[in-house]
Design a protein around this ligand. Structure first.
Ligand code: TYM
Length: 331
């Protein structure tokens, strides 16, 4: 079977370095390897489990589409659509729900984590992985590029596909079993050293710059080793983030500054490492920031991409749904 790539990002919350290095960057790399076969979507149905403000949701969906395009998504090679523009997915989610045991969903780390943090336990939040499985299976995806926190959801999708095929497939593979794909930075830490996440308030947003960025980077938690003393690079939150940007030789030099507590004969400390990181972030996203400003001034271009992509995505999802409904006896 040929490769079909699929992934989604929730529009809620500001997009940060974790989303980029864990997921979006590999989405963009894959569009050149598999032109015409990459399906990326904005998970607005999923976002309803946390955002219940219509205007805020609409705005964040637009912002995420702009973000993808500014970062280099090429609409001639790759689909970028709104999850809710393909309602067939919710219908497949129902079919999957009927073959999914409660026990499977009860084991979901993400659900337990969100409820543990005080989010109301809605049925939608609980069945979130079923909708996610429907996203993946609707498009016959073989490869799902995600960060580490989504592995369990893809494994649940594999289980659901297997159960569905066993129940209704009569030896045929109605739904394709997908594999997840991790980037080389599948778990990006935030300013406090825990997983970077908008719900933890520890993010470094992609398009921040100037004083605001400086303040955020300045807030990265470090220990209280004095300037000029040796530092442990491997245990430093700033160094962990520098790894995402610096080439091997630069990283080696910085590691040496940490080890000796000095650079070119003068004292080196966390403040210097933070300046290096801030400069890398600004530089890395500079061109994308410019494209973003341009796209924000032309919302109609963004809307056109979303609408055109949805037409093709929907045809694929429709074919999968028809196949599955027929197998269940609904047609
Ligand atoms: P979401 O919106 O939370 O995150 C989007 C992508 O970013 C990755 N990510 C990270 N990677 C590394 N380090 C981090 N700190 C970090 N934070 C986020 C996530 O792993 C993800 O790949 N349930 C999904 C959205 C979704 C989906 C799908 C994904 C809905 N349906 C179908 C793939 C396939 C989510 O909430 O991701």
């Amino acid at each position: 079977m040929s490769t079909r790539v699929l992934s989604g990002v929730q529009p809620s919350g500001v997009k940060h370095l974790g989303n980029y290095f864990g997921a979006i960057r590999q989405h963009l790399e894959l569009q050149d390897r598999f032109p015409g076969e990459c399906f990326y979507f904005i998970a607005d149905y999923h976002a309803l489990t946390t955002v219940q403000d219509a205007e805020a949701l609409r705005e964040s969906v637009h912002e995420l589409a702009v973000t993808y395009l500014a970062l280099g998504l090429d609409p001639d090679k790759t689909l970028l659509f709104r999850q809710s523009d393909v309602p067939e997915v919710t219908e497949l989610a129902w079919l999957l729900a009927t073959v999914t045991g409660m026990g499977l969903l009860e084991r979901a780390h993400s659900y337990k984590d969100k409820v543990g943090r005080g989010l109301p336990a809605s049925v939608g939040l609980f069945t979130y992985p079923v909708l996610m499985a429907a996203d993946i299976l609707s498009y016959d995806a073989t490869l799902v590029p995600v960060g580490k926190d989504q592995i369990q959801h893809v494994e649940m999708t594999q289980d659901m596909a297997t159960h569905f095929n066993q129940t209704y497939g009569k030896g045929n593979s109605l739904l394709h079993r997908p594999e997840f794909r991790l980037s080389d930075a599948p778990y990006v830490t935030g300013t406090d050293g825990h997983k970077m996440s908008s719900s933890y308030g520890n993010t470094l947003p992609l398009f921040e710059s100037g004083k605001k960025l400086k303040k955020l980077v300045g807030g990265i938690v470090t220990d209280s080793t004095e300037l000029g003393q040796p530092l442990e690079a491997e245990r430093c939150n700033v160094f962990a983030l520098l790894r995402l940007f610096a080439a091997a030789d630069e990283l080696e030099r910085i590691r040496e500054h940490y080890r000796t507590g000095s650079r070119d004969g003068t004292a080196f400390g966390y403040g210097h490492a933070k300046l290096l990181l801030g400069a890398h972030i600004e530089r890395h996203f500079e061109a994308a920031r410019g494209r973003r400003d341009e796209l924000l001034a032309h919302p109609e271009r963004v809307e056109e991409v979303l609408r055109n992509s949805a037409v093709r995505a929907r045809a694929t999802a429709r074919a999968t749904l028809d196949r599955c409904k027929h197998a269940c006896g609904l047609r």
